[in-house]
Design a protein around this ligand. Structure first.
Ligand code: ATP
Ligand code: MG
Length: 231
């Protein structure tokens, strides 16, 4: 039986579309079969060219139901649904058919207020810091904002997806055949978190490497709050 992940949330521009492709790309890099499912009426479907996953047009309710049923019936496939912002009713339906619900938010008080509401609406969902700052000063300030605004949900915070400007290449109709290493690495990191949260077996070589980094003082794969709250 396949698995379904959805990336939703009430706030626009948090990185849902980018994350759906980044996660699908990372799953593909681990040899898993992923489908990036578009449900946002305002976006066009992207081509399959130069991708290690399948973009699928699920903008109509029929297409979405068909894709979800197919995923459920087919072992080994993972569907990653791009929710599209500002559609609370659609978000509820997507969350109901998913095994894993991700709520991205950026380093802004407005995003954090919105994700706090979404965390309360979706008690099984995880908050995912998105487009997170890498600069030390900005990261410390973001961490303080998370401490102040999301402390009660700190057990539901995933390790951040950092700002990598080249992630926009994934949203080209046909991305270049090779993506910058920063994109590949970001894709693998978030895909590992997703694999762990879905309870799927870890891709062994990369898992071992990630734990070796953790032994050197880095965060373990799938690390929760510490990498955000104590940056
Ligand atoms: N990790 C990232 N690093 C750098 N830029 C990013 C990252 N993720 C998203 N962005 C940029 O942020 C902007 C918004 O991203 P995206 O379109 O994925 O958000 P969205 O949540 O799907 O928006 P909408 O609510 O409009 O559907 C885009 O310009 C995208 O390139
Ligand atoms: Mg979008």
């Amino acid at each position: 039986m396949g698995k379904i992940v959805c990336i939703i949330g009430n706030k626009g521009g948090t990185g849902k579309t980018t994350l759906s492709h980044l996660i699908a790309h990372g799953l593909g890099a681990f040899g898993l079969r992923a489908v990036a499912m578009l449900t946002d009426q305002l976006r066009d479907k992207l081509s399959k060219q130069n991708r290690n996953y399948l973009p699928f047009d699920a903008r109509s309710a029929d297409q979405l139901a068909l894709a979800a049923a197919k995923l459920r019936a087919t072992a080994g496939w993972i569907g990653v649904i791009d929710g599209g912002g500002n559609r609370p009713d659609v978000d509820r339906r997507l969350a109901a058919l998913s095994d894993l619900v991700l709520l991205p938010f950026r380093d802004s008080h407005e995003d954090m207020r919105a994700v706090r509401g979404d965390l309360e609406r979706f008690p099984q969902a995880w908050a995912l810091p998105s487009q997170w700052p890498t600069n030390a000063w900005a990261a410390a300030s973001a961490s303080r904002a998370v401490d102040a605004m999301l402390a009660i949900h700190k057990d539901r915070l995933l390790a951040p997806v950092y700002a990598v400007s080249a992630t926009k290449l994934l949203l080209m109709d046909a991305p270049p055949p090779r993506l910058p290493r920063a994109v590949d690495n970001a894709a693998r990191e978030i895909a590992l978190q997703v694999i762990e949260l879905l309870g799927l077996p870890a891709p062994e070589a990369d898992w071992t490497a990630a734990y070796a980094r953790a032994a050197d003082g880095g965060p373990p794969p799938g690390a929760r709050a510490p990498s955000v709250l104590h940056a």
